[in-house]
Design a protein around this ligand. Structure first.
Ligand SMILES: C[S@@+](CC[C@H](N)C(=O)[O-])C[C@H]1O[C@@H](n2cnc3c(N)ncnc32)[C@H](O)[C@@H]1O
Length: 254
């Protein structure tokens, strides 16, 4: 049975650390043993929004910008209960790049922490009924700051910096000046577009921006916003839509 509570996650984590409860049907593509216990633990938690392959790919992408010593901090726009930010923190703390203190980098997370805002017409056909009334998700998917704090505490990880509010209010002046890695995971067209508009100029050369749900037809707004935003930019979309629900681009890579 899957754990449903924070305690359940801890028990799962402890079992995995002890070498029990491996799930042979879930294949990790050679992820380092260091990260596997956390990824396994969060993969089994109901508060986890990434699947195992996406989690592993995000870990690899962040590791690669660290190996290349890209300047700047890590940001997650749409953080929910903070388990993906736990993964980012772990990668930063455990990476060993000579003369490059990755553990000094900060993770910044942005969310209403009160659930999803309204979808727009670009997301509408899935979430509005025939009369334009919202039938799903607005106000749903609520992740609280307290839940994120608890997840970081369970995994003995330093907390991220929390930025509570709508992106349109927080992003203009609460993003770090330099970003080495960004995860945009907010589902709606307007949310992803707002994220791209503010994150892109702060991405340093070689920085990676991952856009979750680009490959998920249920969330057409994520793809539409990304394609529209990048249409006049040199960067191209990279990724493996057959395996992952996210795609990414590298600042300055054409
Ligand atoms: C799919 S969840 C994020 C999952 C998280 N990245 C993870 O891996 O666990 C989407 C989150 O985006 C947030 N969100 C969406 N649009 C937003 C906006 N315009 N401003 C602030 N938060 C937003 C929602 O509150 C929700 O918590």
């Amino acid at each position: 049975m899957l754990p449903t509570t924070a305690t359940g996650v801890q028990i799962q984590y402890d079992k995995i650390m002890a070498g029990e409860d491996r799930k042979p049907q879930h294949i990790f593509l050679g992820i380092t043993k260091l990260y596997e216990p956390l990824i396994q633990a969060i993969y089994h938690a109901e508060t986890w929004m990434q699947n195992g392959v996406d989690a592993e790919m995000l870990q690899r992408q962040l590791s690669s910008v660290l190996a290349l010593q890209v300047e700047g901090d890590v940001v997650e726009l749409g953080c929910f209960k903070g388990l993906t930010s736990c993964l980012f923190r772990l990668v930063l703390d455990k990476s060993r790049t000579p003369h490059y203190r990755t553990e000094l980098k900060t993770v910044h997370v942005y969310d209403t922490f009160e659930g999803m805002p309204k979808p727009s017409q670009a997301d509408a056909h899935y979430f509005l009924d025939g009369e334009g009334v919202i039938i799903d998700i607005e106000g749903g998917m609520i992740g609280l700051i307290e839940e994120s704090k608890e997840n970081h505490r369970l995994h003995n990880l330093k907390e991220p910096v929390y930025h509570k509010g709508l992106f349109s209010d927080t992003l203009p002046d609460q993003l770090p000046d330099k970003i080495c890695f960004a995860l945009l995971d907010s589902d709606w067209y307007d949310s992803i577009m707002c994220s791209l508009e503010h994150v892109y100029p702060r991405m340093q050369p070689g920085a990676i921006c991952a856009i979750d749900d680009y490959c998920v037809p249920l969330f057409p707004g994520a793809k539409a916003a990304t394609d529209t935003f990048l249409a006049d930019k040199p960067e191209v979309i990279l990724g493996n839509p057959d395996a992952c629900k996210h795609v990414f681009f590298i600042k300055g890579a054409m």
